[in-house]
Design a protein around this ligand. Structure first.
Ligand SMILES: [Mg+2]
Length: 209
């Protein structure tokens, strides 16, 4: 039996539009308007707090934006609005539901994602597939606090499932392919943005056989 772990963003789900529109939607919902400079500042602050494993990087980044730009609104409302906007904006990557259903019949499936557990697993719930994933591993789980491609997060994933083979499926080269391979996973690269058919490379092919 194999344990097959999936990345979330760009692998199981994708945005219907641009992420900037999702963020603007959150500001519209909770602050009554949105400006480019707020979005840019939010992005910078989010990655800063996310990288530092802050308790709630959404909330903290919005607090910074409200301070800096004198916004009279509650960072907690903005954070809640952004998560709601994200959930509204996700759609399944085409073909993913049938593949997940088929693989779940013969293997143990898992999620292995960089992000906040509630948000990342919530996005998979939005597309109706969360129940198929028995092992759920997110970088910002306080018990993990490591992001792909760091060793600790792959080790955490392997410790959750006893399997003969571990497979990582993902769209991003360094975290999903190079890092996973270095830490004992076979890998399958997917490209949710490919406009045309593309053939898997030979390593992908060998995993599928
Ligand atoms: Mg991804």
């Amino acid at each position: 039996m194999a344990a097959i772990f999936f990345d979330v963003d760009g692998t199981l789900v994708r945005w219907r539009g641009d992420y900037g529109d999702v963020l603007a939607d959150a500001f519209e919902r909770a602050a009554g308007g949105s400006r480019g400079e707020w979005l840019e500042h939010y992005d910078d602050q989010f990655f800063h707090h996310f990288g530092a494993f802050a308790d709630d990087p959404y909330h903290q980044a919005f607090a910074d934006v409200c301070d800096e730009h004198d916004l009279d609104c509650d960072p907690g409302d903005l954070a809640e609005a952004l998560v709601a906007a994200e959930f509204d904006a996700v759609e399944p990557v085409p073909g993913v539901a049938a593949t997940v259903e088929a693989l779940a019949e013969r293997h143990t499936l898992g999620i292995l994602t960089n992000g906040l557990p509630d948000v990342q697993f919530g996005k998979v719930a939005e597309i109706g597939l969360l129940d198929r994933f028995d092992a759920r591993v997110a970088s910002h789980d306080p018990e993990i606090e490591a992001t792909k491609p760091d060793r600790e997060i792959y080790e955490a994933a392997k410790s959750r499932v006893d399997a003969d083979r571990y497979v990582m499926v993902g769209d991003d080269r360094e975290p999903d392919i190079d890092g996973a391979r270095e830490h004992g996973f076979e890998t399958v690269h997917v490209d949710a943005t490919a406009a045309d058919l593309s053939a898997p490379d030979f390593r992908t092919l060998s995993v599928l056989l």
